[in-house]
Write a protein that binds this ligand. Structure first.
Ligand code: NDP
Length: 451
C-alpha cells in the first residue's frame, strides 16, 4: 500500500469520531498521489504521515458568568497544526457545533490555503462551542475575556496569529484584542480582523467575499465568460456571503438567495441597492434573522431549508453557486440538482461546503469547481497583509490592499492550474490547489530534518 493510502487508514483508525477531519484528509491526500511518485524523498521522510498530525493541540475550560449571574462553562480549542512556512495563522470559530474534529479539519485545510497565498503563514484554527447568538454584548464580552485568559499564553505576533471565522466578527475581535493587550501590556499584531482605529487593515472585512468573486471571475475567464448577467446562488448571510454579494453586484451579476440556520430567502429580482443595505444593517447591526428580509420585501422564504434544498425541490435555475455558510451544505443530490438546473461554476466561500460525492458530480459534469482553500483564501491573505502593515507600522490605502488581494487571487488561480497541469489533469482545481499548497510546505519540512 502507498504511504498516502496507509496514512488515510491510520487517521481513520486513530480518530474514528473525527468525521470532518477524516473527510478533509481523504480529500487532500487523495489528490497528492502524483507527488508521492515524483518525490520519493517525501516518502522517505514520512511527510504524509507527519503532516496529518498537528504540532500541538490545546484544549481548555472557559468559565464565564452570564447576565443572570450564573456560571457557564464552555470548551476552548486551539490547534497549532503546522508552522513550517510561517507563524501559525487561522481563525477562531464560535458555534455550538464546534468540536475537536471540526477544528482539526479547519486547521489542516488552513496549512495548504495559507501556503497558496504566497505569504509566510503556517496553519492553525481554534474556537469554542459557545453560541454568540441571542447573547447580550456584555455576555459576549465576558466570554471573549474568559477565552483570552487562557489563549493569550499560546499566541504572539511571531508565534500564532488568530482571526475571525463563524461567530467571530469585529465585535468579538475587539473584545479579544482588548483583553490580550490588557494582560500582556503590549500593542502588537497578535490578531487580524482588528478595527481600523487600532491596527486593522482596510478591505479585511471584505476580503474573503471579494476574493471569492475575483477567483470565480478568473475561472470564468478560462471559458471566455464573465459575471455580467449571470444568476448567482449564495448561501449564508454572514461576512463571506455579504461581501460576495457586493462584488457580484459590482461585476454585473445578480444574486438571488441568502440563508441563515433558520431559513432561506429567494429574491429573483436580485439582492442589490437598498435591499443589500437592509441585509448589512439586519445582520451586522440588528443581528436579526434573514426571514425578516422576506417579510420586508414580500419575497419567498423557506423555513428549515437551505438554498440547495430549494434548488433541488423547485428546479430554480442558477448559473453560479457560491456556498458561503458552513461545511457539508451541498451533498450529491444537491450537486446533481445544480447541474440539472444549468449551474456551470461552483466556488467555495465556506470551508468544505461540498462533500466528497458532490465534488465528484461537479468534476464529472465539467462544472468549474473552485475548492475552498483556493477560492476563499483572500481572507487569510489580507490578514497576512494586515500583519505586514502592523510590522511596518504603516497603513496602506483601500486601493492598494484591494489591488494586492486581486493580484494574490490571480496568482492562486494560476498556481492551481500550473500544479494541475504538471502533476494531474489540466483544469483540475482541486488537485492543483492541494498540490501547489503542499509542495511548498513539504519542501520546508524536508529542510528542517526530523523535528
Ligand atoms: P459568519 O458567522 O459571519 O456567517 C455564517 C453564516 O452562515 C450565518 O448567516 C449563519 O447563520 C450561516 N450558517 C452557519 N452555520 C449554518 C448552518 N449549519 N446552516 C445554515 N446556515 C448556517 O461566518 P463567515 O461568513 O465568516 O464564515 C462562513 C464560512 O466561510 C465558514 O465556513 C468559514 O469557515 C468560511 N470562511 C470565512 C472566512 C472569513 O474571513 N470570515 C475566511 C475563509 C473561510 P446563523 O447566523 O443562523 O448561524
Amino acid at each position: 500500500m502507498s504511504m498516502i493510502k496507509e496514512t488515510i487508514e491510520k487517521v481513520k483508525k486513530k480518530d474514528p469520531e473525527q468525521l470532518e477531519f477524516i473527510q478533509a484528509v481523504t480529500e487532500v491526500l487523495g489528490t497528492l498521489e502524483p507527488t508521492e511518485k515524483k518525490h520519493p524523498e517525501f516518502v522517505k521522510a514520512a511527510l504524509y504521515e507527519r503532516i496529518v498530525e498537528p504540532d500541538r493541540q490545546i484544549l481548555f475550560r472557559i468559565p464565564w458568568v452570564d447576565d443572570k449571574g450564573q456560571v457557564q462553562v464552555n470548551r476552548g480549542f486551539r490547534i497549532q497544526f503546522n508552522n513550517a512556512i510561517g507563524p501559525y495563522k487561522g481563525g477562531l470559530r464560535l458555534h455550538p457545533s464546534v468540536n475537536l474534529g471540526i477544528i482539526k479539519f479547519l486547521g489542516f485545510e488552513q496549512i495548504f490555503k495559507n501556503s497558496l497565498t504566497t505569504l509566510p503563514m503556517g496553519g492553525a484554527k481554534g474556537g469554542s462551542d459557545f453560541d454568540p447568538k441571542f447573547k447580550s454584548d456584555d455576555e459576549v464580552m465576558r466570554f471573549c475575556q474568559a477565552f483570552m485568559r487562557e489563549l493569550y499564553r499560546h499566541i504572539g505576533p511571531d508565534c500564532d496569529v488568530p482571526a475571525g471565522d463563524i461567530g467571530v466578527g469585529g465585535r468579538e475581535i475587539g473584545y479579544l484584542y482588548g483583553y490580550y493587550k490588557k494582560i500582556v501590556n503590549r500593542h502588537e499584531g497578535v490578531l487580524t480582523g482588528k478595527g481600523l482605529e487600532y491596527g486593522g487593515s482596510l478591505i479585511r472585512p471584505e476580503a474573503t467575499g471579494y476574493g471569492l468573486v475575483y477567483f470565480t471571475a478568473e475561472m470564468l475567464a478560462t471559458r471566455k465568460m464573465d459575471l455580467k448577467g449571470k444568476t448567482v446562488a449564495v448561501s449564508g448571510a454572514g461576512n463571506v456571503a455579504q461581501y460576495a454579494i457586493e462584488k457580484v453586484n459590482q461585476l454585473g451579476g445578480k444574486v438571488i438567495s441568502l440563508c441563515d440556520s433558520d431559513s432561506t430567502i429567494v429574491d429573483e429580482e436580485g439582492i442589490s441597492g437598498k435591499k443589500f443595505d437592509f441585509v448589512m444593517e439586519l445582520k451586522n447591526v440588528k443581528r436579526g434573522r434573514i426571514k425578516e428580509y422576506a417579510e420586508k420585501y414580500k419575497t419567498q422564504c423557506f423555513p428549515g431549508k437551505s438554498i440547495w434544498d430549494v434548488i433541488k425541490e423547485k428546479g430554480l435555475k442558477v448559473d453560479i453557486a457560491l456556498p458561503s455558510a458552513t461545511q457539508n451544505e451541498i451533498n450529491k443530490g444537491h450537486a446533481e440538482a445544480l447541474v440539472k438546473n444549468g449551474c456551470f461554476c461552483v466556488a467555495e466561500g465556506a470551508n468544505m461546503p461540498c462533500n466528497l460525492d458532490a465534488i465528484k458530480v461537479f468534476q464529472s459534469s465539467n462544472v468549474l469547481y473552485g475548492p475552498a482553500k483556493a477560492a476563499n483564501a483572500g481572507g487569510v491573505a489580507t490578514s497576512g497583509l494586515e500583519m505586514s502593515q502592523n510590522s511596518m507600522r504603516l497603513n496602506w490605502t483601500r486601493e492598494e490592499v484591494d489591488n494586492r488581494l486581486l493580484m494574490i487571487m490571480k496568482s492562486i488561480h494560476k498556481s492551481c492550474l500550473d500544479a494541475a497541469s504538471t502533476y494531474s489533469e489540466a483544469g483540475d482545481y482541486l488537485a492543483g490547489a492541494n498540490i501547489a499548497g503542499f509542495i511548498k510546505v513539504a519542501k520546508s519540512m524536508l529542510a528542517y530534518g526530523i523535528v
